[in-house]
Design a binder for this molecule. Structure first.
Ligand SMILES: Cc1ncc(COP(=O)(O)O)c(C=O)c1O
Length: 492
């Protein structure tokens, strides 16, 4: 399949009969029928009809390189043969497709594949709970589990965190824009995440992370610090929706030490970082920490919906039905997920992600020297962020210039015009988030980088605001509920 974006079939966009092409009609109907909260559809006004690997083909005949991969869901890209084969085999077997949480061979096999993939020390004493099929439900489950185990209510969470859209998970999320319209904020104590480029302590680097760890420890020990002993601390080893911010390994080890010493269960949310994405099968492996619970979703279902919480057996104080739900037995997702987990492990795709990610990051850093709008390039494995800034503005004490959201919108649009799907995230929606599949080829990496460089150069050259086309509707003024809210993207 050619990697090049194929131009639209007809310049006018009209069919021979004069009627608008099916894609345009579908987009128009979606705009009038679906809720104002729809998200990615605003950023990418395309109607995908076929997809294979990293390539998505729209109803208009154009092809795109997909650097969003279902917000990190598609570890093997779209419709990987191994995933399709697992789904077909399961369909042909006549296995029931919906089974609440009854025992099945598919669930048994998925659980084996999952436990084989987890860090051995964690897996040795782990239990798994199958949740409703979204990351946010597994976050709810993890918090409830720890509330039950500790008898405490509140939780510790971090600035920039994204944990989902249901009430409990939203309370843990950092993005104020999506929380503000809703009553109540839950009992969540917000702690500073080590974001080197925009350091909460104005210091940056490892020193900023060390200050953050000291602050957390002293706050928890301060009898007048206002923190009631919490049920858990929850964190992402690399924040995704928060703008692709990797935490230093040393800081993660400090969080593990601080929580362990105070009897606070540590939940690591690996919904986005899991299954090889960061260059290790699970992001906790980089630091070697052993959490008390891991929340997993996205890639574990091999592109179909699946979410679990895996936790140390000592915390299993739940009563039967304590976290139940109708859709916790998705047979096809378990088959596709088991096939994906085994394929990633057998083909060394985590290692491949580390190498490919390092190459992409190095090239992007070179580009930053040529394109002053690139303020920071960071990430881990194939979870890469490019923070766009206003190069004409004064840098702060740490050398960071103000985020340029308007430029980021133009870059996203310029990428799409060049056949590249790249989504934004982070503070002020100014971070380009690159999440190619782990199977991305060297040729595709070169094409992504070329299109991205062209798009940033072209968007930087035009200082005009992004056109508020009726089909895109992504400008913050036209779409306050999602166009300006990175956290709203996670759940697709
Ligand atoms: C780290 C993290 N946790 C939780 C979620 C929520 O997952 P879902 O959208 O499946 O509810 C996301 C989604 O992006 C995520 O990135």
């Amino acid at each position: 399949m050619s990697l090049a974006a194929v131009p639209a079939r007809a310049a006018s966009g009209a069919t021979a009969s004069g009627a608008p092409p099916a894609g345009e009609a579908i987009l128009r109907r979606q705009r009038v029928r679906e809720s104002a909260a729809r998200t990615y559809a605003r950023s990418f006004p395309i109607v995908p009809v076929r997809a294979h690997g990293m390539t998505v083909e729209g109803a208009d005949g154009r092809r795109y390189l997909d650097c969003l991969s279902g917000a990190g869901t598609l570890a093997l890209g779209h419709n990987h043969p191994v995933v399709l084969e697992a789904i077909r085999r399961t369909l042909d077997s006549g296995a029931p497709l919906h089974l609440l949480d009854l025992a099945t061979a598919e669930k048994d096999d998925f659980t084996s594949a999952l436990f084989e993939s987890l860090p051995a020390e964690f897996a040795a004493r782990a239990r798994v709970h199958f949740c409703g099929p979204a990351g946010t439900d597994a976050v709810e489950a993890a918090i409830k589990l720890m509330q039950t185990a500790t008898g405490r209510a509140g939780a510790l969470a971090f600035t920039g965190a994204y944990h989902g859209m249901t009430a409990g998970a939203l309370a843990l999320t950092g993005n104020v824009a999506v929380k503000e319209p809703l009553p109540g904020g839950g009992e969540v104590v917000r702690l500073p995440y080590p974001y080197g480029y925009r350091c909460p302590f104005g210091v940056g680097g490892e020193a900023g992370a060390e200050l953050g760890a000291t602050y957390v420890e002293r706050l928890l020990d301060d009898p007048s610090g206002g923190v009631v002993p919490p049920a858990a601390m929850i964190l992402e080893a690399v924040q995704g929706e928060g703008g692709v911010v990797p935490a230093p390994d040393g800081w993660l080890r400090e969080m593990r030490r601080i929580t362990a010493e105070r009897g606070i269960p540590l939940i690591v949310d690996e919904v986005q970082t899991g299954v090889g994405r960061t260059g290790a099968m699970w992001a906790v492996e980089h630091s070697g920490i052993v959490p008390d619970a891991m929340v997993l979703s996205k890639a574990i279902g091999g592109s179909l919906p699946l979410a679990v919480v895996v936790y140390r057996e000592d915390y299993d104080g739940w009563r039967p039905g304590a976290h139940t739900g109708t859709f916790r037995g998705n047979t096809l997702a378990m088959a596709a997920g088991a096939a994906t987990l085994r394929y990633v492990a057998a083909h060394g795709l985590a290692e491949r992600a580390a190498v490919a990610g390092a190459r992409m990051t190095a090239r992007l850093r070179e580009l930053a020297a040529e394109l002053p709008a690139i303020g920071d390039v960071r990430g881990r494995g194939l979870m890469i962020g490019v923070e766009l800034v206003d190069p004409a503005a004064e840098p702060d004490a740490c050398g960071a210039r103000p985020a340029d959201s308007a430029l980021a919108l133009r870059v996203r649009e310029a990428c799409l015009a060049r056949g590249l799907i790249v989504e934004l995230g982070g503070r002020h929606d100014a971070v380009l988030r690159l999440l190619p599949p782990l199977t991305v080829t060297d040729e595709q990496i070169a094409a992504v980088l070329e299109r991205l460089a062209e798009a940033i150069a072209a968007a930087s050259a035009s200082s005009a605001p992004a056109p508020a086309s009726s089909s895109v509707q992504a400008s913050p003024s036209s779409a306050p509920a999602s166009g300006s809210a990175p956290a709203a993207r996670g759940g697709a």
